[in-house]
Design a protein around this ligand. Structure first.
Ligand code: C2G
Length: 774
């Protein structure tokens, strides 16, 4: 038995590598052939393939005069010589020994062998690592008798209605003892099961896919089943549906898992389903006719397809009918949907209930006004229910319908730092400069979630309160150091000043290949959010260049240095430091070490709630350093864990809730950090730094990747154990001497623009141009 693996390839070198590597690691290369069908691949991208020619039974074909995945797969079918064909996309990869599955079917001649599809956002190494971690967690949890409650973000399985508990157990062949009648029943039952699994009524059309399915090649050839090449997005549908209708013998295999990879960068490399194409709708309609034409007698499959169009109309089209007063949705698209609805078997319509039935009936009667009325009442009722139940929905409703319609206030400024978690960061320093120098000229509003004092008597509001929505709609100016909510609407008069919150060490947005964190839609979200920013502040030339690229930012970058670092260059900084020491409660005779690590993308409880496990042995540090030093412990603002240091009283202080880390820099004699941007800011003080990088390899290679070579460029030693940290602190002068030259270079590169006047420069650029400041 031999399988022909058909891989259409258009672009995406890194994806293809993952794909081909996954085949190499497969155990039974003897039983497969790989047909790589190149669809207008550039010469550069073709080079990748060369290195695999030796390692794999690979044949390469070029699609001539045609393009598209349908044409590529048809070419694959025509060239294949195996008993089965298996479609694998070049941006996906194999998991486990799925290519061995057909071996079990020796001589039985199943037409279709199918399994489950799961999806992931990650490249193969990250995905495999996440599985390993999950299985370890599961083991630990079962040892402790607990179930695993952590959120698994790596995959999501398509739990469809055909994969219920009573799913056929896999490798069972039809047995010889069966009577003819039993056999027939069994065949029919399996077929129905496959229908439910592969053409589920509840899922959308995009869910119909040939991926992960074995098709017996002779069965396809004998029945002339091919992909419709005129369809770009939905060509799987007619192909699979026709094959299912004509196939007799089905087998479901529990090990036949297909990992479908979602693209996390739909802006630069969208998958077919992510492409925004105004013609997609029309193709969706064509796909209906192409599909039902291929299965004239199969009422079950026909009604399944019909349900998909009904669901689409109800869930997607009808709401658009209401929202877009314009054009197509209410005219030709409405007509086209109506034509399909009238083609659907009346029995299917008859079985519908409630809103669904009413709206489809109005559609069948081609009654646009009635359809609009039904959908308005339905959506209005749904919204009302939500508003009554949730304060956030009420606020959003007011934002959309009232606040956004009110005038933008010329002199109102909204400030938010670290999502309202603290009064800090560059927004704080810009605010203080404005409030001090232009009192009475502006109305200032601070977003702060806790009871924090601000130095002037200005307004404070909580994030996501109704006031938040109100001010976000009406303030002319917004000054944020992180990302604003995704729903924020950019108004014509609005000026958005994004300060950001650090020189990037860890790769950001479009510079990251894979996002191994709780939010796989990160790139798409940041892209949308950064379109709203008018100004972005850069602390140094490196950041300026990086921000431009990683955010795909096209507006003005203010090359001023960071307002939040002004304090570190203040002429009376020593005096201020004394006051801060008093506030924190540090004994007068002690020197201070600040430990400020960053967060880990892969360690979290839920979105935005990260774990942190302290690796420093504080007891040992107290014993060895307690005479001379105190230790300030400062976790990142994403960290949900609160570290209890009460047993090290007098030595360790948890300052994680202290608002402004810049003030803590000022009172620290030594900084210990890891991969946090804190060290770029701290360097302004030219004081010694140590890097406690116990998980460097994992952090650098698996989680994010860095912009520069941390081992050679940071201005201090990389340390891996508490003993090494203690030793470095005991010999801090020697360590400083050793790193003197590197520190100087680092300072030149990253702190050169900082002169204590960044806030002033920013204010003069942003507010002068847009208002009265001269
Ligand atoms: N920070 C803090 N306490 C820590 C770590 C960080 O208060 N223990 C603050 C600092 O102001 C720091 C900022 O949060 O500059 C960003 O922290 P990073 O550790 O660099 O992490 P991240 O939030 O991922 O930002 O361009 C910067 C990057 O986006 C990184």
């Amino acid at each position: 038995m031999k399988t022909s693996v058909i891989v259409p390839y258009h672009k995406g070198e890194a994806y293809l590598r993952d794909c081909l590597n996954s085949i190499i690691e497969h155990s039974s290369l003897n039983n497969i052939e790989i047909l790589l069908i190149c669809d207008h691949v550039s010469q550069d991208d073709l080079h990748v393939v060369d290195e695999y020619k030796e390692k794999l039974p690979l044949s390469i074909y070029e699609l001539d005069g045609k393009t598209g995945v349908a044409a590529a797969r048809n070419m694959g079918i025509a060239k294949a010589t195996g008993d089965y064909v298996y479609f694998l996309d070049s941006d996906d990869y194999l998991y486990g020994n799925v290519l061995d599955l057909h071996l079990i079917t020796e001589e039985t001649g199943y037409d279709i062998i199918y399994g489950k599809r799961e999806y992931t956002w990650f490249q193969r190494s990250v995905y495999l690592a996440s599985l390993e971690k999950k299985s370890l967690n599961d083991e630990e949890a079962s040892e402790e008798g607990e179930s695993d409650t952590s959120e698994d973000v790596s995959t999501n399985s398509d739990q469809e209605d055909g994969f219920g508990e009573d799913t056929y157990d896999t490798t069972e062949d039809y047995t010889e003892e069966m009577t003819e009648e039993d056999l027939e029943n069994e065949i029919m039952a399996r077929k129905r099961k496959a229908y439910r699994a592969l053409v589920s009524k509840r899922k959308g059309m995009r869910n119909i896919s040939v991926l992960g399915i074995y098709f017996r090649r002779k069965f396809l050839m004998d029945n002339g089943i091919l992909f419709p090449e005129k369809l770009k997005y939905f060509s799987d549908v007619p192909f699979l549906v026709e094959a299912m209708s004509k196939a007799e013998l089905f087998l479901y295999h529990t090990d036949g898992i297909y990992i479908q990879r979602k693209h996390n960068d739909p802006i630069n490399s969208p998958s077919l389903s992510q492409i925004k194409d105004p013609d997609r709708f029309y193709e969706f309609i064509d796909a209906y006719y192409e599909t039902v034409l291929r299965i004239p007698e199969d009422m079950d499959l026909k009604s399944r397809i019909a349900m998909k169009y009904i669901n689409y109309y109800v869930r997607v089209h009808a709401p658009k009918l209401k929202r877009s007063s314009n054009d197509a949705w209410r005219t030709d698209k409405f007509e086209l949907m109506g034509k399909i609805a009238r083609d659907i078997n009346p029995e299917v319509i008859h079985k519908l209930k409630g809103y669904k039935k009413r709206i489809i009936k109005a559609l069948i009667k081609n009654n646009l006004l009635r359809s609009l009325r039904i959908v308005k009442i339905h959506l209005g009722y749904k919204k009302l229910k939500k508003i009554v139940r949730k304060k956030k929905s009420l606020a959003k409703f007011l934002y959309d319908h009232i606040f956004l319609k009110q005038e933008v206030m010329e002199n109102w400024i909204l400030f938010e730092s670290f999502f309202g978690k603290s009064y800090s960061g560059s927004p704080k320093y810009i605010y203080e400069y404005l409030a001090k120098n232009y009192p009475g000229e502006y109305k200032f509003i601070w977003v702060i979630n806790k009871k924090t004092n601000i130095p002037y008597p200005h307004k404070k509001i909580k994030r996501f309160s109704i006031r938040y929505y109100y001010y976000l709609a009406r303030c002319k100016y917004d000054v944020f150091n992180g990302r604003q909510p995704e729903w924020m609407v950019k108004r014509e008069d609005n000026v958005f000043l994004e300060t950001w919150h650090g020189t990037p060490l860890k790769k950001l947005v479009f510079d990251i290949d894979d996002i191994s964190s709780a939010t796989p839609k990160y790139k798409q979200q940041v892209y949308k959010q950064s379109r709203i920013w008018d100004y972005l502040i850069a602390p140094n030339a490196f950041s300026s260049e990086t921000f431009r690229r990683c955010f795909m930012f096209e507006k003005e970058i203010l090359e001023t240095g960071y307002p939040r670092n002004d304090l570190l260059h203040s002429p009376n900084k020593d005096e201020i430091a004394l006051q801060i020491r008093d506030r924190v409660g540090i004994p007068k005779n002690k020197k201070t070490i600040l430990y400020a690590p960053t967060w880990r993308d892969d360690e979290f409880y839920a979105k935005g709630q990260y774990k942190f496990q302290l690796q420093l042995d504080i007891g040992l540090m107290k014993e060895q350093l307690g005479e001379e030093y105190v230790l300030l412990l400062r976790t990142h603002y994403f960290i949900a864990d609160s570290i209890d240091v009460s047993e090290y009283g007098g030595f360790a202080y948890n300052v994680s809730k202290y608002d402004d880390i810049t003030e803590l820099y000022l009172i620290s004699d030594i900084l210990i950090t890891d991969y946090s941007s804190v060290f770029f800011d701290y360097a302004n003080l030219k004081r010694p730094m140590l890097f406690f990088t116990y998980d460097l390899e994992k952090y650098r290679d698996t989680l994010r990747g860095f912009y520069f070579d941390i081992e050679r460029e940071v201005p201090g030693p990389l340390l891996y154990t508490t003993e090494e940290v203690i030793d470095a602190i005991k010999n801090i002068e020697k360590v400083s001497c050793e790193f003197n030259q590197r520190y100087e270079q680092f300072y030149q590169r990253f702190c050169e623009w900082e002169d204590g006047h960044a806030a002033e420069k920013v204010v003069k650029s942003v507010f002068k141009r847009n208002n009265s400041i001269a």
